[in-house]
Design a protein around this ligand. Structure first.
Ligand code: SAH
Length: 339
């Protein structure tokens, strides 16, 4: 079956041409798919019955289906369990900020990266998501909540740069002004640091924000918690990030999960500041969320002290709010479930 929701506009146009249809058909269908989020060809009321039947025979609309919604009592964050067309499950999260709704979407079923603190990687990687399944998470949540989502973070289950082609296609689709028309600046892609892919992406000068999961200020500490550090060491990663900034002019965000007794000392702050200085980067501190093993976050005061140290050393840093922790919807708590 053709994955029609993953087709970009040019491809849909070509497909319609091949079927001998007029070119405005592609526009109509693109609208049905990317503005009205119809799950069924039968709903495309301005399309002839013949064409609808033909499409239904050849194509599939791979919109995820909501299986379960949990809402946080603390902050209203909603976590969605979604079923994909082959029955696999992923989770997505919807958060309310002053500036609007922000969605956190998954890019893979499971994850191959093996980070020690993250629940999403426990069962390994099952498969990557198609672009349709990534835009579909946004469409499904938009329908459910009845409001437009203004920013998207690709920080759910999976490593987005391990699903590079589909990620690029997702960005193209969700920013298309004939469809959802999300601003590229509203998109953040978080990676554990797949340098070859970051290098490739730096050539594209996308308007998105790249966030890199650093979590340690030296190679030895990083290797201990992130297996990917053995593939790309700290020097390579920092060189890659510098190159990305130079090529694209877009400032990077570095994510740093604070783990008590592991990476939260004064020395860690000093060493982090020294490797990031002259990168014009932003550090996002994430008090580690309980997910696996016995990792604890430092207390609030220590998190503040760490942040202030960085600021004094000339590194711009903020603390990420922990949203949805009472529903296991915070960073590192999403996982592939069997229900
Ligand atoms: N694969 C991508 C996206 C992961 S999720 C990446 O590695 O960047 C987004 C962020 O949450 C990453 O920085 C990730 O390292 C972080 N994270 C994972 N588990 C966490 C946990 N238990 N507590 C806090 N942050 C966590």
């Amino acid at each position: 079956m053709i994955d029609i929701l993953s087709m970009n506009f040019a491809e849909l146009n070509k497909y319609m041409e091949e079927l001998g249809e007029k070119s405005f058909r592609a526009q109509q269908i693109f609208r049905w798919l990317h503005k009205s989020y119809v799950p069924d060809f039968g709903d495309m009321t301005n399309i002839s019955k013949n064409l609808r039947e033909r499409l239904a025979g050849e194509c599939e609309i791979r919109l995820p289906k909501i299986m379960q919604v949990q809402q946080s009592r603390k902050d209203g964050t909603r976590k969605y369990l979604m079923k994909l067309s082959d029955g696999e499950l992923v989770e997505s999260v919807l958060m309310e900020y002053e500036h609007g709704l922000s969605a956190c979407i998954s890019s893979q079923v499971g994850c191959a990266m093996g980070c020690a603190f993250c629940a999403s990687t426990v069962g390994g990687l099952v498969r990557s998501l198609f672009a349709s399944e990534m835009v579909g998470q946004i469409y499904t949540m938009t329908e459910d909540i009845g409001k437009r989502i203004s920013s998207v973070v690709v920080m759910g289950i999976g490593e987005p740069l391990d699903n590079y082609e589909n990620l690029l296609r997702f960005i193209e689709l969700i920013t298309d002004d004939k469809g959802y028309d999300l601003s590229g600046r509203g998109i953040t892609v978080s990676t554990c640091g797949l340098c070859d892919r970051i290098d490739e992406m730096s050539e594209l000068s996308l308007p998105i924000t790249l966030a890199v999961s650093l979590h340690a200020s030296n190679q030895q500490k990083r290797e201990k918690i992130m297996p990917v550090a053995r593939r790309y060491d700290m020097d390579r990663l920092l060189a890659t990030c510098r190159n990305y900034f130079e090529k694209t002019g877009r400032r990077l965000t570095f994510e740093y999960a604070l783990i008590a007794g592991e990476n939260d000392s004064e020395r860690d702050a000093v060493s982090l500041a020294s490797i990031l200085k002259d990168m014009h980067a932003h550090v996002n501190l994430i008090p580690v969320n309980p997910a696996r093993e016995n990792m604890r976050a430092p207390d609030k005061a220590s998190v503040c002290v760490f942040r202030e140290r960085l600021m004094r050393l000339g590194v711009n840093a903020t603390v990420r709010r922990t949203l949805g922790s009472d529903i296991d919807g915070a960073c590192g708590q999403l996982r592939r479930k069997n229900i």
